[in-house]
Design a protein around this ligand. Structure first.
Ligand code: FAD
Length: 522
């Protein structure tokens, strides 16, 4: 017999299979020996009360042999002799999952990626963190696996209407991720594990007969008769295909400029901008777990904060428990922050973006910004703040920073605490970098966050500028059903850069969706 049970356990009990077996036996009215095995179907932590509980749903095998968790199976076809081919520009989650979907449909993917493979990319990241020198084609956003590779690998998404989340998680497991991502409420993989998973995906794509080309930055589209006839890369190579998936991410400003200059329709898009905040992890653990020391069986605590300040939304974004603040710029002279964490989340810091929603009207009505009203307005606003931040840091990706209480008082901090940010920090007044429509809501929100999480609003925390690449500042429009661009029948804008996804899982689902649509019509 197979039966499902739910239990509310202490953290130490939830990691003890023997205890779970005993509970199963008692719940089923059987002896312990009758339970041949079980697997967890759902697991979440409830830290709302004084006692921390772990809720688990268990699939148990009683008086019958244990069977492993059922995984989804995938049928990737050999496309060596196939004539139908699709160019995918960008090897981020959207591009990679589009390629995998094409292989399942028996169509040949040709991936053109501007950056390097994961291994070469790691060396460029080391130079950036250590020497403050950026490779504009190989960094935290550009290269194999896109912005997702050296990320936290949080796989939690609310976009459950956009595709099959379970399929995406199973694909990650198929390529080497731990199966716990299938049942944890907030699954994550970790920066140390992602590169190997991405490498396995590349290997499969090539083994099936797909092409995976690095250092092939797309620089032009040759257009004829409302179609993209060919795609030109930086080394003057030309590629032709039945369809083109444009999955270049939110940082490919040259692609947005290329489309704009070629009069291919794009639109300015609202996004969120702000700062990255870092606390000692122990402080966040104390607040969230109501304790003085976190129990070994509990993960580093996270938080999720939202506050309306005079009708403007301020919210936490991409919170990284036990993580590192990373320099995520893609150009010289611009400072962009993001965060990552290893699978164990065992660094002594907790960081998170705290960002303010920005609309086009905020930019246009602000005369100080001097930004003209067109499809690239939001992108140039984003760039301007990143340049201000770089200048305030003093160069080499040193970031301007302020203690949290000092930030709200617009007071320069006399000293800064230790931080995970490797290029270093420079004590600065962030109200001089951020426009007041960003600074004011942030300052007020920190005080409110301190009321929701007692101890959060403290000078032990630092505020670092700037968190600016939360989503794309541009939308590349597409037909709601056909998914192709309204002016170019065989161009398929896809993923985060086109404005149809935010985060790894939603970008991956969008890649699958676009590829399935192409397969249905070519
Ligand atoms: C440090 C960091 C941490 C993050 N943490 C998380 C997280 O924990 N969870 C989460 O869900 N999301 C996270 N994100 C965001 C997530 O990575 C993105 O939402 C996701 O990668 C978007 O996928 P995408 O495929 O649409 O675009 P991208 O991942 O941006 O991929 C675009 C690809 O296109 C390539 N490209 C760009 N221009 C060209 C060109 N002209 N020619 C050829 N190739 C080109 C780029 O090199 C890149 O590889 C993080 C991002 C960063 C930077």
């Amino acid at each position: 017999m197979q039966q499902k049970f739910s239990f509310k356990l202490l953290p130490s009990e939830a990691v003890n299979n023997d205890i779970i077996k005993k509970l199963l036996a008692s719940a089923a009215g059987k002896k312990k020996e009758a339970i041949s095995g079980f697997y967890i179907e759902k697991k979440s932590i409830d830290a709302r009360g004084k006692t921390i509980w772990v809720n688990i749903s268990v699939h148990a095998f009683i008086d019958e042999p244990f069977q492993q968790r059922p995984f989804l199976h995938f049928d990737f076809k050999s496309v060596n002799k196939v004539l139908k081919k699709v160019i995918i520009i960008g090897a981020g989650p959207a591009g990679l999952f589009a390629a995998l979907q094409l292989l399942e449909k028996g169509i040949k993917p040709i991936i053109l990626e501007r950056g390097k493979d994961v291994r070469a990319r790691r060396r460029d990241l080391a130079v950036l963190n250590k020497n403050g020198i950026i490779n504009t084609e190989s960094n935290y956003c550009f290269g194999e696996g896109g912005a997702g590779t050296y990320s936290d690998g949080k796989l939690y998404t609310r976009s459950n209407k956009r595709g099959d989340i379970n399929r995406i998680l199973n694909l990650f497991v198929h390529f080497g991720a731990d199966e716990k991502i299938l049942y944890e409420a907030h699954p994550h993989i970790g920066t140390n594990k992602l590169p190997q998973i991405i490498t396995s995906m590349r290997k499969l794509i090539i083994d099936c007969g797909g092409e995976f080309l690095f250092e092939k930055k797309v620089i032009d589209f040759i257009i004829n008769n409302e179609k993209i006839e060919s795609v030109k890369t930086i080394d003057d190579s030309v590629f032709e295909a039945d369809a083109i998936i444009l999955a270049t991410g939110h940082s490919a400003r040259d692609i947005f400029e290329l489309l704009h200059h070629k009069n291919i329709l794009i639109e300015a898009k609202a996004f969120a901008l702000g700062v990255r905040v870092e606390h000692p992890q122990s402080l966040i653990d104390n607040i969230q777990y109501h304790c003085t020391t976190r129990e070994d069986d509990l993960p580093a605590a996270s938080y999720n904060l939202v506050q309306q300040i005079n009708n403007t939304g301020v919210f936490s974004f991409c919170m990284c428990p036990g993580g590192i603040i990373a320099p995520a710029a893609t150009s010289k002279g611009e400072l962009v922050l993001n965060g990552w964490s290893p699978s164990k989340r065992d660094n002594p810091f907790a960081n998170s973006g705290i960002v303010v929603q920005v609309e086009l009207k905020d930019i246009i009505k602000n005369k100080k910004l001097k930004i003209k009203n067109d499809a690239l307005s939001m992108m140039y606003f984003q760039q301007q703040i990143e340049q201000n931040s770089f200048a305030a840091g003093g160069g080499n990706f040193v970031a301007p920073a302020q203690r949290m209480v000092d930030f709200t008082n617009a007071k320069k901090s006399s000293s800064l605490p230790d931080s995970s940010y490797l290029p270093g920090l420079n004590s600065s007044q962030l109200n001089e970098i951020l426009p007041s429509f960003i600074y004011q809501p942030l300052a007020k929100a920190f005080i409110e966050f301190g009321k929701k999480m007692k101890g959060y609003f403290t000078n032990e925390a630092i505020v670092v500028a700037t968190e600016s690449r939360t989503s794309s500042p541009v939308r590349i429009p597409r037909d709601a059903n056909l998914l192709s661009h309204p002016q170019l029948k065989n161009l398929y804008p896809c993923g985060e850069g086109a404005g149809y996804a935010g985060g790894i899982v939603s970008a991956a689902m969008d890649g699958e969706r676009v590829a399935a649509q192409i397969a249905a019509i070519i």
